[in-house]
Ligand binder design. Structure first.
Ligand SMILES: Cc1ncc(C[n+]2csc(CCOP(=O)(O)OP(=O)(O)O)c2C)c(N)n1
Ligand SMILES: [Mg+2]
Length: 591
């Protein structure tokens, strides 16, 4: 290489002809990918090596990128997806071809469904062989398979198109409504050598990847008019509002209008859950009672009962309540997806909220006090009831007595990241554990998916550098449990609490024939804490709230990878947690 860049030093003179015939400095596909990512500030890869991307992981690490190598691609993918949510930059997941790609695909679909920016980069086999279906090593038409579950999918065949490929993937992932993007990089691409200067000149540093989208003034006016006439207004904050990082303006809008608000699960903490206008503790009162509801980055999907039915004061499950809706969303197609949206406000959440703030000005009459007073009354009653339940100290521990400990710890450590999955372990944590700061709670999201746990823990620790606390159902933990090795290997400050009730929802089911364990139960009295000990982490078995508290506090103090097996009464949970009614058999029983 030295002969090329410094011909005067190494090439003997006089040899003009020889110099001209020397090879020029070249750059290969691997290096182009690395430089394209770096140029765009994408400095962390979540992946799993193998043909054809092993050298990409090695060389990326050598080039100063952070490479987090997982034990299963699904977990790397979930890590990338939540990195996208936390940073507004696409999280990158890197996998091998066919099986590795398919393992990562679940996370790509999850990112798209949850509107998280993510790029799944998978190596793939030789196009000519794949397209003739001649049986290549790990043969699969990955681009075609990825398309239905992602926002956009691209394949790059020539090294001098890598810059464009990565720029397109970045723009697709973060602009408008964010989502998952697939980038197919065939093995042969990595080995291509092209002229270095010419190659580098094709790289693109993406300018303004997620341009602001300013709402139309008449749409702002329409929304303000609707809010102005409301007697019982309500704001619903979705995880889109958390993603937007418009925290100060969202807070100002809520406080200026005096409108009570409900945070969806991952919007908890956007304002502290203890905020006087937070209506979480009176959810079942405010939804049917409200007359005007403003959705900020929240979709009227199943998590909000589709905006209709009994939850919203409708007489039957299909009936609409009497609410009028304002909906702030970046996608113009979101409005009217489930019920009529009277005032759609299309734009990015930051721009929409600041436009509303400007339109409202200073003379706004706050939400009527008979409405806010009625909410406060319900809240006070429900909070007192909950305090009573939390104060109990049953033996064995139940979800409440264990989560009372988690609640105190999160209150004392508001910067810690909380990862949460399970059924009862999820629902009870969401309602019991108050959050105090934005984007500190990450969980199962739109699909109620199991398996995000350890991937989220890794990314939360890597991206935020904060202590991570994971509250995991014992079933939920099983989906990604092997990544405790990853957590130990990178020595991440992650404390995992496995809420061990011996099974899915409960540990009490039996096989009526007496032959096998019931499908919902696991080995009784399992010691999940011993898993992490195999990798040098700290394992603790906690049977009382006091033991649980001491163990979490020590984990936070030491910042050592820790897994606490919290022994929970196996009779304490309910079928499917809070969503029993979605169970076909449960519904039949009721009828
Ligand atoms: C990928 C995936 N598979 C299966 C399910 C169905 N499911 C919902 S909750 C759950 C596990 C609940 O058990 P656990 O995590 O132990 O929580 P618990 O209710 O016992 O606290 C399962 C398997 C799912 N949501 N996602
Ligand atoms: Mg369980």
């Amino acid at each position: 290489m030295g002969t090329v860049t410094e011909p005067g030093v190494t090439a003997p003179a006089p040899v003009a002809a020889a110099v001209a015939s020397q090879p020029q400095e070249t750059i290969d596909g691997f290096q182009m990918v690395i430089e394209a990512l770096k140029l765009n500030g994408l400095d962390t890869l979540y992946g799993l090596p193998g043909i054809p991307i092993t050298d990409l992981t090695r060389r990326a690490q050598a080039a100063g990128l952070r490479v987090l190598a997982f034990r299963h691609e699904q977990n790397a993918g979930y890590a990338a997806s939540i990195a996208g949510f936390l940073t507004q930059k696409p999280g990158i997941c890197l996998t091998v071809s066919a099986p590795g790609f398919l393992n990562g695909l679940n996370a790509l679909a999850h990112a798209t469904t949850n509107c998280f920016p993510m790029i799944l980069i998978s190596g793939s086999s030789e196009r000519e062989i794949v397209d003739l279906q001649q049986g290549d090593y790990e043969e699969m038409d990955q681009l075609a398979v990825a398309k239905p579950v992602c926002k956009a999918a691209f394949r790059v065949l020539h090294a001098d198109d890598i810059g464009v490929g990565i720029a397109r993937a970045i723009r697709a992932a973060v602009s408008g409504r964010p989502g998952g993007v697939y980038l197919d990089l065939p093995a042969r691409l990595f080995a291509q050598s092209i002229d270095a200067a010419a190659g580098r000149s094709t790289l693109i540093k993406v300018v303004d990847a997620a341009p602001k989208q300013i709402p139309a003034p008449e749409a702002v006016k329409r929304a303000v008019e609707l809010l102005k006439g409301a007697k019982k207004p309500l704001i619903v904050l979705g995880k889109g509002a958390a993603y937007a990082q418009a925290d100060a303006d969202v807070k100002a809008l809520i406080e200026k209008t005096g409108i009570p608000y409900l945070p969806m699960s991952m919007a908890k903490g956007l304002l502290p859950d203890t905020h006087p206008q937070c209506a979480s503790a009176a959810r079942s009162f405010v939804l049917p009672e409200a007359d005007v509801v403003m959705l900020i980055g929240a979709r009227l999907n199943w998590l909000l009962s589709h905006g209709k039915g009994k939850t919203w004061g409708g007489k039957t499950s299909k009936d609409w309540g009497g609410q009028k809706f304002v909906q702030i969303d970046i996608s113009p197609q979101e409005a009217d997806s489930n019920v009529r949206i009277d005032a759609p406000l299309v734009g990015d959440i930051g721009s929409c909220v600041s436009a509303l703030l400007a339109a409202i000005g200073s003379g706004w009459t706050k939400a009527p006090s008979d409405w806010t007073g009625a909410i406060d009354e319900r809240k006070t009653k429900n909070i007192a009831k909950m305090a009573e339940t939390l104060a109990k100290d049953p033996s064995p521990m139940n979800f409440h007595s264990a989560l009372n400990v988690v609640r105190d710890i999160v209150k004392a450590n508001p910067d810690a990241m909380l990862v949460n999955e399970g059924a009862n372990a999820l629902d009870f944590t969401r309602s019991i554990v108050d959050m105090y700061k934005p984007r500190k709670r990450v969980d199962v999201g739109t699909w109620g998916i199991m398996g995000i746990g350890m991937g989220y823990c890794v990314a939360a620790a890597v991206e935020t550098k904060q202590q991570v606390l994971a509250v995991e159902g014992d079933s939920a933990f099983g989906f990604s449990g092997m990544e405790v090795e990853t957590i130990c290997r990178y020595n991440l400050p992650v404390c995992i609490v496995v809420m061990n009730n011996n099974g899915v929802y409960k540990g009490t089911d039996v096989d009526p024939t007496g032959r096998d364990p019931a499908p919902t139960v696991f080995v009784k009295g399992a010691r999940y804490d011993r898993i992490i000990e195999a990798f040098g982490g700290v394992g603790v078995n906690a049977t009382t709230p006091a033991e649980l508290r001491a163990a979490i506090e020590e984990a936070f103090r030491s910042r050592k990878p820790t897994l606490i097996n919290a022994v929970i009464d196996e009779t304490a949970g309910t079928e499917s947690g809070r969503i029993t009614s979605l169970n076909p058999s449960a519904a039949k029983k009721k009828a």
